[in-house]
Ligand binder design. Structure first.
Ligand code: SF4
Length: 455
């Protein structure tokens, strides 16, 4: 006898909440990666993730797909039509009510809503809009909602999504038209992804212009209610790194365009992992370090405001970032003539170019030196400077690192240390140094009380 099993809402949440982790924000990343959101799953509540927002606050999000069925052929995707497995889908009311129930029980404070494409892109986006409409209009929820817009969605649905979501995203997956051709015969980068992205960018810009005249409306990124009419205030996207054999420079150029032309809030990077039954099941896994390096260049571009000319120095001739050295150190090493910088006179921009100095430590240095000169490592370390990275690039009374010519010799001459030392500098007294050899590369060279070069 054939028994038809209809999955419960709880069962669907288990599956479709779990599938949503294949999307952005969820994959564990290397330590210290500029991780967009620290995400933990909660076993007791399927589909619920504790996420640290960029403003430092934590929020419990319901993170779920409307359906894990997708008619598309993306060669890397576990939801694509290549993969034979059972699929699930919510009904519109069912998902809206499940979210509101969890919100009423204070299990979640926001929603991240994604989906595979079922029927057509516009039809699927329309269903997501209907879910969010019930949540916003019927239940009056004004908190954080991140909505996916399906690639290929028509303008009227993009516009409707913009009026309801706090943040919108369309996954770009790969940086160029040619790379997209390698990943899908059904998606066109320009028509299906870049065009709707430009619409969203225009809608957000027009809305913020209108708010500038009439006062803020909608929600802040942290979910603060600013007024009566919510409207999206940010756009994000995700790239799958390594699926189409693109270079890091290809990705960087696309990321730069998204930030500078369309004012994206964030671009996320997810390393490719082969999925059984897909055309790329034999394709090698992308190492996590590649994703980590991309988050680092993203950070340099977006937060430190490095120019494109500076950023180019971090890439090799084939357009890849080093897996050995972080991009900021690689740029500094290519730019040795600009170093060392005087801690007590350098501008904020120049301080930010020193490896081991970030925006917080740069601001602390500027504040401190208004009252007294900075003249020792202990104070700098207390301000957040990472000594093992910064020592060759900073100058202050009592610490004079080698000048560029000597530093090049120290770092790159035959027999010298090939890289800036990763290990912490020697602790304790200078007297402990009994070396009679070259001081090349020694982290104590130039330290307070150092007797000077030996040999
Ligand atoms: S459109 Fe999205 S969900 Fe569908 S196969 Fe492509 S990547 Fe996967």
């Amino acid at each position: 006898m054939l028994v038809k099993h209809t999955p419960s809402t709880f069962e669907k949440l288990h599956v479709l909440g779990g599938m949503a982790t294949d999307d952005i924000l969820a994959r564990p990343q290397p330590r210290n990666a500029r991780q967009p959101y620290a995400v933990q799953t909660r076993n007791d509540a399927p589909g619920v993730y504790r996420a640290a927002l960029p403003n430092g606050k934590f929020i419990n999000l319901m993170r779920v797909m409307f359906t894990d069925y997708c008619m598309m052929d993306c060669h890397f995707c576990p939801n694509s039509h290549w993969v034979p497995r059972k699929r699930y889908a919510f009904k519109v009311d069912e998902l809206a009510n499940a979210f509101m129930e969890m919100h009423r029980r204070q299990t979640v404070a926001g929603l991240f809503l994604s989906s595979g494409i079922a029927g057509s892109a516009s039809k699927t986006t329309e269903r997501l809009i209907q879910v969010v409409e019930i949540i916003r209009k019927k239940h009056g929820f004004k908190g954080y909602i991140h909505m996916k817009v399906m690639p290929g969605t028509e303008y009227q649905y993009v516009e409707a999504a913009h009026r309801l979501g706090t943040r919108l995203s369309i996954n770009i997956e790969t940086p160029t038209v040619d790379h997209m051709r390698k990943l899908s015969k059904m998606k066109e980068l320009e028509r299906d992804i870049l065009k709707p992205m430009s619409w969203i960018a225009d809608l957000i810009r027009d809305n913020s212009e209108a708010n500038r005249h009439s006062g803020p409306a909608g929600l802040s990124e942290s979910g603060r209610d600013l007024g009566a009419t919510p409207a999206a205030i940010g756009q994000a996207t995700q790239l799958v790194v390594g699926a189409s054999d693109e270079s890091d420079w290809d990705i960087y150029e696309r990321m730069d365009q998204l930030y500078s032309e369309w004012n994206f809030k964030r671009v996320y990077y997810s390393p490719f992992q082969p999925v059984r039954h897909t055309p790329l099941e034999e394709h090698p896994v992308t190492p996590m370090i590649r994703e980590h390096r991309l988050y680092q260049v993203d950070w340099l571009r977006r937060v430190y405001k490095f120019t494109n000319d500076e950023m180019k120095l971090a890439f090799d001739d084939r357009g890849f970032l080093s897996s050995e050295d972080d991009p900021k150190t690689a740029i500094a090493v290519e730019n040795l003539d600009s170093f060392p910088v005087d801690v007590n006179a350098a501008t904020r921009d120049m301080l930010l170019r020193v490896p081991g100095v970030g925006p917080v430590s740069a601001d602390r240095i500027l504040k401190n030196r208004r009252t007294h000169a900075v003249d020792n490592w202990r104070d700098l370390q207390a301000m957040g400077v990472v000594r093992k990275r910064a020592w060759p690039f900073l100058y202050f009374p009592g610490h004079r690192p080698p000048r560029a010519k000597q530093l090049r010799l120290d770092l790159f001459s035959e027999g010298a240390a090939q890289r800036i030392p990763d290990s912490p500098p020697l602790q304790g007294s200078i007297d402990a140094c009994a070396s009679t050899g070259s001081c090349a590369g020694c982290p104590m060279f130039g330290a307070p009380g150092h007797p000077g070069p030996s040999g």
